[in-house]
Design a protein around this ligand. Structure first.
Ligand SMILES: [Zn+2]
Ligand SMILES: [Zn+2]
Length: 624
């Protein structure tokens, strides 16, 4: 019998007879209660049943690791499909991946209701308890096609993914099987802690022109406690949902007649936005920024030059064409397709809702000749931009079609990059501190050393990357470099904030840019009397006011600190005879810049208290 050497994560090398499985090696090394549900062999994921017949390294994948959770989720998707097939024999399973928060599976079947999920979940638990072994079976292409002969969706996947003559694998549990590469849990009893959460329509391959399917979403966790915790967090997230709170607290409104994804800031929400703007404007002045204002539209030519058009036109509102030109073209019999072509090629002129503020700020820079003595020039604007998000992706304040960035562009010399990046980062930190967002991490996006897609001189890149690294390191929070995550025009720094219930939000960014100054041929006169190219830094600490406020509503669960809250004081009256005095007190408070409202209605005092309690931070009512 031949022997093999297996290296374990701690460096130990054990000798085993060839033919041993991962499960046996891991049990031998870690004992029976190893808590692993799959293994990595030489760094690649395999099932526990995978047979080892050469020297290799083996590492167990625990169910609570990122990789383990992924396998658990994907396995639960299989279990879901098995349960659905038992309850709805005519349904056809299509695809069922693990996702960020759980898993889903798409079925070609008659629509089902949320109330049907209970029975499916019950069936899943029953199948889990029956503890089927999950088995990997390799099949030839012919056998594969035979197995899925009644399922055109799986056949389409086989047609797409497999080279002619190649076989693949299926995973089998009981009588049920699915086309899959794995790996999976060793048996279904690992999938006891599941919860189906929702059902929604979906399209085959995400294509609205293809078949409509039924998508079932679910959650799975390795233990009962972990599942309870996840459900609690979801419950909490629901309570904090800014779309619901925004409505309850009258902070913003979205009106179908105005348009999807277009936020109407109502008076109470506008207070929050204004307070945030005032707060940041104070720090901008302190840091030497200059305020500018620019229009909401610009000529197509401008965006051709900046590169935003036509390349990103999918994510922009269609261009505006001048009325006379439009009429002339129509009279000439120009079709819509021709019109769109003419715009793309630049044969006709038009305007566009601005997708970015940068080109406008660049034109302000270029409006005068600049010398090294004028730099850095820091131009700031709360600038509103418009993007065409797909209607399916629009959500509350966090995914919208029009939003106002707390934008700024810094025009700097090469030598000023490091210090200015540091200044940008300081600003982000001040904001996070003020708002009690203490749990955040920083990502530094660097270029991929093996790619040549980047514009600008490598030595300058090295310097800018070093500046970003140093700035990130200076924050004293976790940070990571991510190679290949830079834009083609420069390295960047992203801030990812974790909220009280553990969700991550990508907020502010700082971005170095070598490209736009080149495209617009920006220059400054150096101390040597020569023309030099400035570097641009784009930065938006909040990102957008809409998104940031959405995140803030959830962060504070609608109970804003006093400086931000729309009404800082409600004066409520018991009866008519108090009204005059209440009004007098309100005036006095307003004199001191306190946001105050008087409620002199006839409503019962208890009802009034209840109403305003909902609108104020909890701490305001302690002791009442
Ligand atoms: Zn699978
Ligand atoms: Zn910009």
């Amino acid at each position: 019998m031949s022997m093999i050497h297996v290296t374990l994560p701690d460096g130990t090398v054990n000798e085993y007879a060839a033919g041993i499985t991962c499960a046996e090696v891991i049990t031998d090394a870690m004992g029976k209660k190893h808590g692993c549900l799959a293994a990595k062999v030489n760094g690649t994921e395999y099932d526990m049943s995978h047979v080892l017949d050469e020297n290799c390294s083996v590492e167990g994948i625990r169910s609570d690791s990122d990789e383990g959770i992924h396998i658990l989720r994907h396995s639960a998707a299989h279990l879901l499909a098995q349960a659905v097939m038992e309850l709805y024999p005519d349904a056809l399973p299509t695809i069922g991946p693990a996702i960020d928060r759980g898993f889903y599976y798409d079925f070609a079947m008659e629509p089902i209701a949320e109330s049907d999920l209970k029975a499916i979940e019950k069936k899943m638990k029953e199948l889990a308890r029956r503890n089927f072994t999950v088995e990997r079976v390799e099949l030839s292409e012919e056998d594969l096609r035979e197995h899925f002969i009644d399922n055109p969706y799986k056949i389409e996947i086989i047609d797409d993914k497999l080279e002619d003559g190649d076989g693949s694998t299926i995973y089998k549990q009981g009588e049920w099987y699915d086309l899959c590469l794995g790996p999976h849990v060793p048996n279904t009893s690992r999938l006891m802690f599941i919860k189906l959460t929702s059902v929604s329509p979906a399209y085959w391959r995400g294509d609205q022109d293809r078949e409509q399917l039924v998508r079932i979403y679910g959650l799975v966790e390795p233990t009962k406690d972990a599942l309870r915790e996840t459900l609690h967090r979801m419950e909490e997230a629901k309570k904090r949902d800014h779309r619901k709170l925004g409505k309850d607290l009258q902070l913003f409104h979205i009106d179908e007649e105005v348009g999807q994804g277009l936020i109407l800031w109502t008076p109470r929400g506008a207070v929050i936005r204004q307070e945030l703007q005032d707060f940041i404007s104070h720090h901008l002045r302190r840091q030497g920024y200059k305020q500018v204002f620019t229009p909401h539209i610009g000529k197509l030519d401008l965006y051709r030059k900046s590169g935003h058009f036509p390349y990103y036109q999918e994510s922009q509102y269609p261009p505006l064409v001048e009325r006379d030109l439009m009429k002339k073209l129509a009279d000439e019999g120009c079709t819509c397709g021709e019109l769109s072509n003419l715009m793309r090629t630049g044969e006709i002129e038009g305007y566009m809702l601005k997708p970015m503020n940068c080109p406008h700020h660049i034109k302000i820079y270029a409006s005068q000749s600049r010398s090294y003595r004028n730099l850095p020039l820091r131009l700031a604007e709360f600038g509103t931009v418009y993007r065409w998000e797909q209607s399916g992706e629009i959500s509350g304040m966090t995914r919208v079609r029009g939003f106002t960035q707390d934008d700024a562009h810094l025009f700097v010399t090469e030598d000023q990059i490091a210090e200015e990046v540091l200044g940008c980062i300081e600003l982000v930190q001040i904001i996070f501190d003020k708002l009690g967002m203490s749990d955040y991490r920083v990502r530094v996006g660097l270029r991929d050393p093996d790619s040549d897609k980047y514009v600008g001189d490598p030595a300058r890149w090295d310097k800018a990357e070093e500046a970003c690294r140093a700035a990130a390191a200076s924050l004293g929070v976790p940070w990571a470099e991510e190679e290949g995550e830079a834009a083609f025009y420069g390295p960047k720094i992203d801030f990812v904030v974790k909220d009280v219930i553990g969700r991550e939000w990508q907020l502010g960014t700082v971005q170095v840019d070598y490209n736009l100054p080149e495209r617009f041929d920006l220059t400054y006169m150096g101390s040597d009397g020569e023309h030099h190219r400035p570097v641009m830094i784009h930065r938006a600490p909040f990102g957008s006011m809409e998104r940031f406020c959405g995140v803030l509503i959830e962060h504070f669960a609608g109970k804003f600190p006093t400086w931000l809250t729309p009404t800082q004081c409600h004066i409520i009256t018991l009866g008519e005879r108090h009204e005059a005095y209440a009004t007098k007190v309100a005036h006095a408070l307003r004199e001191h810049d306190i946001r105050v409202e008087v409620d002199a209605t006839d409503a019962h005092i208890k009802k009034k208290i209840k109403t305003y309690r909902k609108l104020q931070p909890a701490s305001c009512f302690e002791g009442t």
